[in-house]
Write a protein of this length. Sequence first.
Length: 197
Amino acid sequence: MRRSSSRRRLRWRLQWRAILALTVLWVILWGNYSLVDICVGLVLSWLVTVTFPLPPIRYHGRLRPLGLVRLAAATVRDLAVSSWRLAVAAFGPRIDFHPAVIRVPLRSNQDLYQVETAEIISIVPGSIVIDARRSNRMLYLHLVDVDGPDGVEHARRESLKVERRVLEAIGSNAELDALRRREELDRAGVRDGEEES
């Protein structure tokens, strides 16, 4: 009984950031900047947030400008390199791709970092996230071309580097310390009972 009443309360709460973002999008799409259009956008945005409520995302980190620059630069570099490799392979004399589906156990335990990591991996050509498990923080990736078992491990390491860059850009000090400890345990060969497939 208590759970359903809290859900009802969450549904009717005002999500100002979402409402403002949707209103700005509404005004931009219509191209009119009148008071009437802004008011209509506000009402429609409120209806959207009530009809399709999103769960709150807890964020305890902080924005780190240097980390954001590194994340952006690495993402642009990955986009350029992957696009070039796929273009060369696609226009080569023989197309010989070796696709694979791999799983990547993430080390952070926050929805925001999992979503950001999955988005950045998916925008890079040649890889796409086909499933993201919240329960065990596992990403399942489809890769267009993998060179044997070493290629699978390389892709897994690259995905974990993306997660690290996301945390270095928007994570808290405590989350970065926990990530470093987890990396040390992984280097020492200690796993959390996760078997590789």
